[in-house]
Design a protein around this ligand. Structure first.
Ligand SMILES: [Zn+2]
Length: 185
């Protein structure tokens, strides 16, 4: 894989993270997915391979340099790497001492966002208005009845800010039900 001449010129023909090896890859920092050079970082083989490794902590000390790169894409990727290693003291110290633009931090953190998807016990995606069946008996809090396994709950409502919760009516009472205890009907 080769990198574009624009990117090559920007990076001065060295990897923009480690500043050490020749760049071989134009890495697009997610969630951007176009080939614009401002969304890319020129990476060497070592850095590209280390991105997938959990134990690459030592290699990533190079981020102490790349975090100060003027390019937003390099800052975002460097900050993302720091977050992955934030339990290590050096990374934690660096996170608290850099002063990055809010947009760049947001860009970096998109990699850690969990999609707000409600799923039943079997991984089926749930939507507002679905009918579900209880996969086990539930004690309904605040009442003295137990909803038996197999109870059908019609027209559920997804709890917006919690993908593990839905709301539904049992015995005419609206209750919160954990998604792991239901099956899409
Ligand atoms: Zn490198």
């Amino acid at each position: 894989m080769s990198i574009s001449s624009k990117l090559k010129e920007r990076c001065g023909d060295v990897c923009e993270l480690c500043n050490n090896e020749p760049p071989k890859h134009d890495y697009t920092v997610s969630p951007k997915n176009d080939e614009s050079v401002q969304n890319q970082v020129a990476l060497c083989d070592t850095c590209l391979n280390s991105l997938d490794k959990k134990d690459a902590g030592f290699h990533w000390r190079c981020v102490e340099g790349s975090i100060w790169n003027p390019e937003p894409s390099v800052q975002a990727l460097s900050y993302r790497i720091l977050q992955l290693h934030k339990e290590e003291e050096w990374a934690n110290n660096l996170i608290s001492s850099v002063d990055l633009d809010e947009n760049i931090i947001q860009w970096a953190m998109t990699a850690f966002e969990v999609a707000d998807v409600h799923k039943d016990a079997f991984g089926n995606v749930l939507e507002n208005g679905d009918n579900v069946v209880l996969t086990q008996a539930l004690n309904v809090k605040g009442t003295n009845f137990t909803a038996s396994k197999g109870t059908v709950v019609k027209k559920i409502k997804l709890v917006h800010d919690n993908p593990e919760h839905i709301e539904g009516k049992i015995n005419d009472q609206t209750i919160v039900i954990l998604t792991k205890f239901v099956k899409k009907g």
